[in-house]
Design a protein around this ligand. Structure first.
Ligand SMILES: O=C(O)[C@H](O)[C@@H](O)[C@H](O)[C@H](O)COP(=O)(O)O
Length: 261
């Protein structure tokens, strides 16, 4: 039987953040061993805040080290707005995390969307895909980019990235990055990594907290129902880990695992 996604549930966000930090560092160290860099993509929503809590914490040991100069940060999805707009996922990550890094510390590269192409979401997606091509080698030589880690959120309807339930974009099998003009969650115009790219990552971590998530968590883990989050679970098995608080999985019958690396 294929191994299933790991569900790690914590009593508090503090406990979740500590485990998330250890997990991200282990993905970083594996990425550095593999190819000398750490390529990670992050979502918007509540994720940047929890991630910042995890990553800005003081190190607890000599191996608990974030090597920012080796990080290449991408966006799992981004809204078609200027980088300084309140809806920008880059802007959110910057405000929550990047601006709070100690002086002199910075990721090697943060890949934002190209603000010159905001008027045309297809062009915006194509340019972001080109940025991936440049980082992950030529589109002809690699079928799909392999991120070391994707850090994703889960919407109350079961969406992840900007991949929404029942949307035709879920069937995209060629593009690495796709535009969406009719996102049910505002703002409507966005770009997103496609499902094949999400499923191809070395590791995928979802972060979902709060009682508002428990109904959708039940559906994702008990029925699946073709929800985007469930498609990621089913397509990635044990490469996929969920970091949740107890409130988000109250009443969900799916085995929790004690967190370990
Ligand atoms: O830009 C976005 O809209 C996000 O990337 C989106 O996919 C988000 O991660 C989920 O909607 C969960 O958001 P919450 O964590 O705020 O529930």
């Amino acid at each position: 039987m294929t191994k299933q996604a790991n569900l790690y549930a914590f009593p508090t966000i503090d406990a979740l953040a500590a485990a998330l930090r250890a997990y991200v560092i282990s993905c970083q160290d594996a990425g550095l061993q593999r190819h000398g860099v750490f390529k990670v993509a992050v979502s918007g929503g509540s994720l940047p805040k929890t991630l910042a809590q995890a990553l800005l914490a003081p190190p607890s040991s000599e191996t608990d080290v974030i090597k920012w100069d080796k990080w290449e940060i991408f966006f799992a999805d981004e809204r078609a707005v200027p980088l300084d707009h309140p809806d920008s996922n880059y802007g959110l990550l910057k405000a929550e995390l990047l601006d709070k890094l100690p002086e002199g510390v910075a990721p090697f590269k943060v890949h934002t969307i190209d603000p010159e192409a905001l008027e045309d979401t297809q062009e915006l997606a194509d340019r972001y895909e080109q940025a991936l091509v440049q980082s992950f080698a030529s589109r002809d030589s690699v079928k799909l980019p392999i991120f070391d880690l994707l850090l994703l959120g889960c919407g109350p309807d079961g969406h992840t990235c900007s991949l929404f339930p029942g949307h035709p974009l879920l069937r995209e099998s060629d593009a690495w990055v796709a535009p969406i003009e009719d996102s049910p969650k505002p703002p409507p115009r966005r770009v997103t990594l496609t499902l094949p790219v999400v499923k191809h990552a070395v590791r995928i971590a979802f972060v979902a907290t709060g009682g508002g998530k428990k109904e959708i968590m039940k559906e994702i883990f008990e029925q699946g129902n073709g929800l985007p989050c469930a498609l990621v679970n089913e397509g990635t098995g044990e490469r996929c880990s969920w970091f949740v608080d107890n409130a988000a999985v109250e009443g969900v019958s799916y085995p929790r695992r004690p967190f370990s690396l």
